[in-house]
Design a protein around this ligand. Structure first.
Ligand code: TEU
Length: 577
């Protein structure tokens, strides 16, 4: 027996509104633009749409800096547009989840404006304000901080921002520092303050009353900061201090409170959680956990980095990817639930990173799709993935819009952590903007993303003539049709959703082979993670088993599981009889 849930059976499609479809010709995607494409999504067969932030925002971090949680950003449309989108989706049986960004707000949020005005103001405690300290006796250098010349102090602790540089900024009016784990224009909310929790819960209820089906919760395991805000203690932490503010002491109290207060049984929640172990994931999603549906974890997104973090590179191997994801498959087998993704709006394109975006673009895109839709968990498709969109050939930093890239490169340069010769290679490989170029709908000048005079806010990938939705939909062998088949297959076969995952051939360097089993129903998945032929020797107990080919990215005929030579990036799902 197993516990059914709609969000376990769903395939989620992620829309980054700025880059999806522009209906009014200003070069920026918008909500009416998404509505124009709802039939496209329904045709693909997805069950749920995750909409990245569309709230009022100054746009320092493309909407992750929210100025008003209950207003739609002008450029994206109106609340009526949003309601029309919600209805268009629901009419087609597609659920809608929204982004919940409550670790921080924009500095333009009315709470912060009020808080900053005076320490006496009511909203001061909505954020983290502290006095600085004397640099003597600390490792910190006052020159690293932006303070007036006569202020010889350093922040209350040594925490760093994920965007590079310190996590504290000095406020001249009150001579205090405020905390921001991301940009200085994104101050952290203080969840210790009961009113903050109350405001967040009410806002969430307000959106549920408007008919949403759940939330993707941005960096939700950062919301609890430890008492006394101690310095970081782990020199290997991803950023200084993250060992203190990731999975902080009261995070489970807050999230269980949130769950009890706001969420009903049907609501889907997916918590975005950097730096998480399987055991910790169970505390959020497991039987005695906080009641979250699932989490996004990032171990598999770190395989191509050194300990120096995001702005470094090391070669990854298919075997490590297999081991890492298997660890999560097994770790959340009895309790909790996995979310399955290889890219999103913060990551480069999966095809360029884990596949081959050149010669074997089509084959490797289909292999990655097969993986994501046959592991145990909920698959997430990031817009354009179903077309096999690739990274953008950035020539210079001037083409980059992403605050994370710009600031981290600046910080890495300043600290001498990056070689000048490597900068552009790393940017091309790593920048979040790879995911943010316009969706490629057709081969027209701006790929059908916008038809106005204005140029798109990000350049269109030069491969739009070959890689676009129109071409893909008219070709039955396309990546797009392959996704469509996988999505529909998941609806026909419970084993794909609920079946056990068992890894075979764990030590093989390039083959990733596993079975999925539910009662009598059993599938064998074989993936050749290599641009060359690889011999597949089935394990003894499977050899000769009658089988039909259920999914495949090459032509193949077979009646049983036999030793065979797999072609480059060949992916097969055998239906075992
Ligand atoms: O991302 C959180 C996060 O830590 C990263 O994946 C981030 O993109 C990167 O590591 C920065 O170095 C979430 C959102 O998905 C991202 O778009 C936001 O910028 C961030 O939170 C702040 O809200």
């Amino acid at each position: 027996t197993f516990d059914r849930a709609w969000w376990k059976e769903a395939v989620v499609y992620q829309v980054y509104p700025r880059s999806f479809n522009d209906s009014d010709g200003d070069g920026l995607g918008d909500i009416p633009g998404i509505i124009e494409k709802v039939d496209y999504l329904a045709d693909l067969g997805i069950d749920c749409l995750w909409l990245n932030p569309v709230y009022d925002s100054p746009g320092v971090d493309n909407g992750y800096d929210i100025a008003d949680y209950r207003t739609i950003l002008d450029e994206f449309g109106t609340m009526e547009d949003w309601e029309a989108l919600r209805d268009a989706l629901h009419e087609r049986g597609i659920k809608l989840i929204m982004d919940l960004v409550v670790n921080h707000t924009s500095d333009e949020h009315a709470w912060f404006v009020n808080a900053r005005e005076s320490p006496e103001n009511g909203h001061r405690d909505y954020y983290w304000w502290r006095e600085g300290r004397d640099p003597d006796g600390t490792d910190l250098d006052p020159d690293d901080y932006d303070t007036p010349a006569d202020v010889d102090e350093v922040p209350p602790n040594d925490w760093e921002s994920f965007f590079g540089g310190p996590a504290w900024s000095y406020d001249e009016d009150s001579s205090e520092w405020y905390l921001h784990i991301f940009d200085e224009r994104m101050p952290d909310l203080n969840w210790e303050t009961e009113e903050v929790r109350e405001e967040v819960f009410e806002m969430m209820e307000w959106w549920f009353d408007k008919g949403i089906d759940g939330f993707r919760m941005d960096v939700i395991n950062l919301i609890s900061k430890p008492d006394g805000l101690p310095d970081g203690a782990d020199p290997d932490a991803i950023v200084r201090g993250s060992d203190k503010f990731v999975n902080g002491p009261r995070v489970h109290d807050y999230l269980s409170e949130l769950h009890d207060r706001v969420l009903d049984d049907e609501a889907m929640t997916v918590g975005e959680m950097a730096e998480l172990s399987v055991e910790e994931a169970r505390q959020y999603t497991g039987r005695d956990g906080d009641g979250m549906s699932m989490v996004f974890t990032f171990d598999h997104m770190r395989l191509d980095m050194t300990d120096a973090g995001r702005w470094s590179y090391r070669e990854w191997s298919p075997r490590e990817l297999k081991a890492t994801m298997t660890h999560w498959q097994e770790g959340l087998a009895e309790e909790g639930w996995n979310s399955l993704f290889l890219n999103n709006h913060d990551e480069p394109r999966q095809l360029s990173r884990f596949g081959d975006d050149g010669r074997y673009r089509r084959e490797s895109a289909k292999l990655l799709a097969t993986l994501l839709h046959t592991l145990r968990g909920t698959p997430y498709i990031y817009q354009g993935e179903e077309l096999g969109m690739t990274n953008y050939p950035f020539d210079s930093l001037d083409e980059v819009r992403d605050v994370d890239t710009i600031k981290n490169v600046r910080a890495a340069r300043k600290a001498g952590r990056i070689r000048e010769d490597d900068v552009m290679d790393l940017v091309r490989y790593r920048t979040r903007d790879n995911a943010r170029t316009p969706m490629q709908w057709d081969d027209s000048e701006h790929a059908g993303f916008t038809e106005g005079e204005a140029t798109p806010w990000m350049p269109v990938n030069p491969n739009k003539d070959e890689v676009n939705a129109e071409v893909a939909r008219s070709d039955p062998e396309s990546i797009w049709h392959f996704y469509r088949e996988l999505i529909s297959l998941r609806k026909e076969r419970d084993v794909l959703v609920y079946g056990d995952y068992d890894l075979l051939l764990p030590d093989h360097e390039t083959l990733w082979t596993y079975t999925r089993t539910l009662g009598d129903d059993s599938l064998l998945v074989v993936l050749n993670f290599a641009g060359e032929e690889t011999r597949f020797d089935p394990p003894e107990d499977l050899r000769g088993t009658d089988a039909e080919l259920l999914v495949s990215n090459y032509d193949a005929n077979l009646v049983s599981v036999e030793t065979t030579v797999l072609r480059p990036w060949e992916a097969r799902v055998y239906d075992l009889q």
